[in-house]
Design a protein around this ligand. Structure first.
Ligand SMILES: [Zn+2]
Length: 134
């Protein structure tokens, strides 16, 4: 095998995300206001990028934002007028708590339940993290 081939092989074997410093970035929340309501227009897209159920993420946001709301198709309606920066921060916290593996930093995780205990399980490195029930 020649040198170039070896080099290419070495590159293929590298975990790309870690080396390039590339981070998982879900779509930024698109937020509009309607009266006293705050609407996340692309909520469905964000949830599917994180591979989480809309319901699960919505529950977290309602709790964290201390405001009730509804899922309407791909939109999330929050029955309170809240600054965009706070909502985006909460989505980021959700991602850290319920999506990103604390071991390898990848978003390839699943929420699994074992004996009534909920874990975040990483499909990339196998790490398990205990998470709070919503
Ligand atoms: Zn991992």
């Amino acid at each position: 095998m020649d040198y170039m081939k070896l080099l290419k092989r070495a590159n293929d074997l590298k975990p790309k995300n870690l080396l390039s410093g590339e981070r998982f970035e879900p779509p930024q929340a698109d937020i509009i206001y309607s009266g006293n309501k705050t609407v996340i227009v692309n909520f469905g897209k964000i949830a599917s990028a994180m591979r989480r159920e809309k319901k699960h993420m919505a529950k977290y946001l309602f709790k964290e934002l201390a405001a009730p709301g509804d899922i309407s198709g791909n939109e999330l309606i929050i029955l309170s007028k809240l600054p965009r920066s706070i909502i985006r921060k909460k989505i980021e916290s959700y991602m850290k708590e319920y999506v990103i593996c604390p071991q390898c930093g990848k978003p390839d995780t699943k929420i699994v339940k074992e004996d009534g205990i909920v874990y975040l399980k990483c499909e990339a490195c196998g790490a398990k993290k205990f998470i709070k029930k919503l």
